[in-house]
Design a protein around this ligand. Structure first.
Ligand SMILES: [Ca+2]
Length: 256
């Protein structure tokens, strides 16, 4: 709610009153030809009053919303309070961007921004990734009032909070005595660790080997543990992942 100072309102009406009186005075001066100003001729008086009135008219036109509000104020009962709209005259789209809308205040305005936006004009898109919501090395992508996590292979869930499988290490295998007994759905060209965990559902452990092999079992490490670096062959289905080595298993404990 807002109340313009009464002097401002009264001042405008006084200007209009002065203008009208001035016009009548000038007309009377012209018609009656008296009193005759010694240093102002009639034309100068008319031009001066005309210019003043034009200025006043221009001011009134450019502040039309304010003027009508003031007239409303004058008409309203004494003591009643009217709310003047302080929102800028441009379209709301310009003042408050991205679907925000202008909120009138006390001699001020502000933008009510939709979720995900901030700033005086709602022009700033909030970075929802700033709080690092993606867990376990997941990659965060910012969106409008949202974010998406791209999880590393061992994790799933909106924030990569759920563990699919836990890496146990790189382990030796033997061709005539397999460390993990079952070779399930080895897939030339498309194997990933996650695919192997899926293939080995029902078993405790899953192991990838030599780019595209998938081995399943309920125990491992018959032939010993190796250095992580000994498993160094890329998965056929994802060149960013390691799928064991030659007779070497990348062993995972299946959690889910
Ligand atoms: Ca955002």
């Amino acid at each position: 709610m807002e109340l313009e100072p009464f002097t401002l309102v009264a001042g405008k009406w006084f200007l209009i009153y002065t203008c009208i009186v001035g016009i009548f005075s000038a007309m009377e001066c012209i018609i009656s030809k008296r009193p005759k100003p010694t240093f102002l001729n009639k034309r100068k008086v008319v031009v001066a009053i005309g210019a003043f009135c034009a200025t006043l008219l221009l001011f009134t036109l450019t502040h039309s919303s304010r003027s009508s509000a003031h007239m409303e104020y004058m008409r309203s009962a004494a003591g009643s309070i009217i709310n003047l709209d302080d929102c800028p005259h441009q379209s709301e789209a310009e003042v408050c961007q991205n679907g925000g809308h202008c909120v009138d205040g006390d001699r001020s305005w502000s933008c009510a921004c939709p979720d995900g936006y901030t700033g005086k004009h709602c022009e700033i898109e909030i970075d929802e990734c700033e709080s690092s919501p993606c867990l376990h090395g997941g990659w965060c992508t910012d969106g409008p009032n949202s974010y998406t996590c791209s999880c590393t292979p061992s994790f799933v869930g909106p924030n990569c909070e759920e563990t699919l499988a836990k890496y146990e290490g790189c382990f030796q295998d033997k061709i005539d005595d397999r460390d993990l007994g079952e070779n399930l759905k080895s897939a030339r060209g498309s194997m990933t660790n996650a695919m192997c965990w899926e293939n080995c559902k029902g078993f405790k452990y899953a192991a990838t080997q030599f780019h595209n092999e998938c081995w399943c079992g309920n125990s491992f490490s018959k032939h010993g543990k190796l250095a992580d670096g000994d498993c160094n062959l890329l998965c056929d289905g994802n060149k960013e992942e390691i799928c064991g080595g030659k007779l070497k298993n990348s062993v995972y404990h299946i959690v889910r």
